[in-house]
Ligand binder design. Structure first.
Ligand code: ADP
Length: 688
């Protein structure tokens, strides 16, 4: 294949970064070090964001929605014109792999820090890329990546490949629009769901199918090409630790690589890049099977989130390489000048709740800090790439990644020890994050032994999540928060008080059922539901809370804002406490302390019996989002576990399923509606 030289490479002194968050901050840091002027762009949600504060200049793009701001090609180009920026760095996500954007920049005479549009097009579509790589002799996972997209054809292909198969959106990325299908019965539903997700995220419904490898590792190779026809590989990264097919912990080099395998994979990656006339930083992703065979998965035609681990082990600044290549310079080093020193890890800090199936979280960061010196960490070997600071708001508009923690040491065990110390030194408050989960990952014996594959989290679920079980004191605390709220409502003589003719009189026992908010409380379901009995001698005296065979003397003292102090038998804990959800008897208690967030669905179960009360249930929204589809008709009979409704939050689908055999009485929302966390989505009546 003849190379398509990037004619647009030219020197520039002002760089616009068409992105936000940690990557915008990180790119600008290198640009500044190279003496360039930096320009940030922002949406209304980010007017005061960290990347804006750190830039020399910043230009507003539009409203919060990415489509109207960070994805708005005209607005980005206009911002470059206004500020005289000669080049645009796209970061990752947003416009980083958008061919038409690169063409528009070419036409405007602005340098794109990245590959030519033709190379993006060649890899942008997973199906087309696979066909191309096949021709270039790069090994592929067995599968189907043809044009035909009929349901029947796709199903036949799946049968031919043999279950389990993986459905992937051809236009996909970021783990979206991807589903494992275990059997032909499950195929149609998975196909529909995948198409819907792909349409929503990428405006395209085409699918490809791959054999689903059950124990592969994700090993990817960093490549770099210049405009003079040279290409090198900067070794590999192991990104096997993933949730929802998205990376959580990455490391370089990949444990257990032989020099020979490293060379083979590196050379295959450079071959793939050269095949499409690549320029700049790119990543060729492979699945590495247990027997040592490796298969091309896709090429990411941009800088990756996890590039810092490669920087750590090679001692190179990849953004500097990118900017030099974009200026038309030759690659800073040749293949035989590149070496690996030590070992590096990266942990991604997400605003999400691992205990709630990694649902994204939002809120205000009341504190975001890391005390390196206090933890005895060497700033040269610990790096916190972040796009946020104390006081910043984490909204639902963008990706929930807050920051990346990157460490380097002489070998893997030492690097892991450093990672653990650094994670412990990270102080994040106000927003639920996966920090504690990352610590459990990084201290897990299987991870220490580098017993890695892409299902690591699933395989080790029992041990990774075990500590997160709600303990007796947390149940007691949640019950107390609920009781406190009831008492307040009664004291204010609320309508509820009149409704059931009940006062929270002294010496009256109140029963509260607590459970995980994704379940529906049912008194008979002893495992999922904890019943707490509360009683006090007089108004203002401590509550006696009985649960799990123990009785606690409990008091609650409101502090500033949402903060409360809960004391159980002389053990005082300070936390943020909130009640969400609607309805008098159904609520979610949210308790947040520096370590974790606990959510419990609580319901008072000593209220007036409304007849069919025990069998009646509702399902609430686990977080703020949009209703995508109602999967059954109101009135329809369903079996336990059947999907009822699909919600979407931050572009991830979340399916609500029937908690029991029964029927849906009514839906409170229609497709397209926005729902708030804790909103009751539907009325469900379980069978007697
Ligand atoms: P995306 O572009 O959305 O990130 P990828 O195609 O890169 O999607 O795949 C993401 C992850 O999904 C991989 O890292 C791997 O864990 C898993 N995966 C992809 N293809 C397969 C497959 N054929 N078998 C098993 N796992 C796979």
């Amino acid at each position: 294949m003849t190379r398509t030289p990037n004619n647009n490479a030219q020197r520039f002194d002002t760089l616009l970064v068409a992105n936000r968050g940690e990557i915008a901050c990180r790119v600008m840091r290198t640009a500044r070090a190279m003496g360039l002027r930096t320009v940030a762009v922002y949406s209304d949600a980010d007017a005061n964001a960290r990347h804006v504060r750190e830039a020399d200049e910043a230009v507003r793009l539009g409203p919060a929605a990415a489509r109207e701001s960070y994805l708005n090609v005209e607005a980005v180009i206009e911002a470059a014109r206004r500020t005289g920026a000669g080049a645009i760095h796209p970061g990752y996500g947003f416009l980083s792999e958008n061919g038409p954007f690169v063409e528009a920049l070419d036409a405007a005479g602005i340098t794109f820090v990245g590959p030519p549009a033709s190379a993006i097009a060649a890899m942008g579509d997973k199906s087309a890329a696979k066909a191309r790589m096949h021709d270039a002799g790069v090994p592929l996972v067995p599968g189907y990546h043809g044009e035909g997209q009929d349901d029947a054809l796709l199903r036949d292909e799946a049968e031919r490949i043999g279950y389990p198969v993986l459905l992937k959106a051809s236009a996909g990325g970021g783990g979206k629009g991807m589903r494992v299908v275990e059997s032909s019965e499950a195929f149609q539903a998975a196909l529909d769901g995948c198409r819907r997700e792909s349409q929503a995220a990428f405006g395209d419904q085409r699918m490809l199918i791959e054999k689903y490898l059950t124990q592969p590792r994700h090993v990817e190779v960093q490549v770099f090409c210049d405009t003079h026809g040279d290409g090198v590989y900067l070794f590999e990264r192991d990104c096997s630790v993933q949730r929802r097919h998205q990376k959580v912990l990455e490391e370089a080099p990949a444990p257990g690589m032989t020099a020979e395998l490293r060379r083979q994979m590196g050379e295959a990656a450079v071959r793939a890049a050269k095949e499409i006339g690549y320029v700049g930083a790119g990543t060729v992703e492979f699945l590495l099977d247990v027997d040592g065979s490796f298969y091309f998965m896709e090429m990411n035609t941009r800088l990756q989130v996890e590039h810092p681990v490669t920087e750590m082990i090679t001692g190179q600044d990849l953004v500097e390489w990118q900017l030099r290549v974009a200026m038309g310079e030759e690659l800073p080093l040749a293949q035989d000048e590149l070496t690996i020193t030590g070992h590096s890890f990266e942990a991604r800090l997400y605003a999400e709740d691992p205990e709630q199936d990694f649902l994204p979280a939002t809120g205000t960061l009341s504190r975001f800090a890391m005390d390196l010196a206090g933890a005895g960490l060497d700033p040269k070997r610990v790096r916190l790439d972040s796009g946020v600071a104390t006081g910043d708001v984490v909204s639902m508009h963008y990706d929930p990644m807050l920051a990346k923690l990157i460490v380097h040491a002489d070998d893997r065990p030492q690097a892991l020890a450093t990672l653990n110390r650094a994670l412990a030194a990270l102080d994040v408050q106000g927003v639920v994050t996966n920090r504690a989960f990352l610590q459990r990952l990084a201290t897990h014996p299987a991870f220490r032994n580098a017993d890695l594959d892409t299902r690591f989290i699933e395989r080790n679920e029992a041990t990774l999540f075990a500590e997160r079980r709600v303990d007796l004191e947390e149940y007691a605390g949640a019950a107390l928060i609920g009781l406190h709220q009831l008492a307040r409502e009664c004291e204010s003589d609320s309508p509820w008080d009149r409704h059931d003719g009940f006062r929270l009189n002294a010496a009256h026992t109140i029963r509260i059922a607590l459970c995980d908010p994704t379940h529906v409380p049912n008194e008979d379901d002893a495992e999922a539901v904890v019943v707490v009995e509360g009683r006090r001698e007089a108004e203002g005296s401590p509550w006696q809370l009985t649960l799990g065979g123990r009785t606690f003397a409990a008091t609650l003292a409101p502090l500033e804002g949402d903060a409360v102090a809960i004391t159980l038998d002389g053990h005082r804990r300070r936390m943020q406490a909130r009640l969400v959800g609607e309805g008098r008897e159904r609520n979610v208690v949210v308790m947040v302390d520096p370590q974790r967030e606990t959510r419990l669905f609580w319901r008072r179960i000593d209220a007036i019996d409304h007849g069919h009360h025990e069998a009646e249930s509702t399902l609430t929204a686990p977080m703020h989002g949009t209703v995508v589809a109602l999967l059954v008709e109101a009135g329809a009979r369903v079996e336990k576990g059947m999907p009822l409704m699909v919600m979407e939050a931050m572009k991830m689908e979340h399916t609500l399923t029937a908690p029991a055999d029964g029927h849906v009485e009514s839906f409170h929302f229609a497709a397209g509606d926005t729902v708030g966390q804790g909103d009751v989505l539907l009325e469900f009546a379980a069978d007697e």
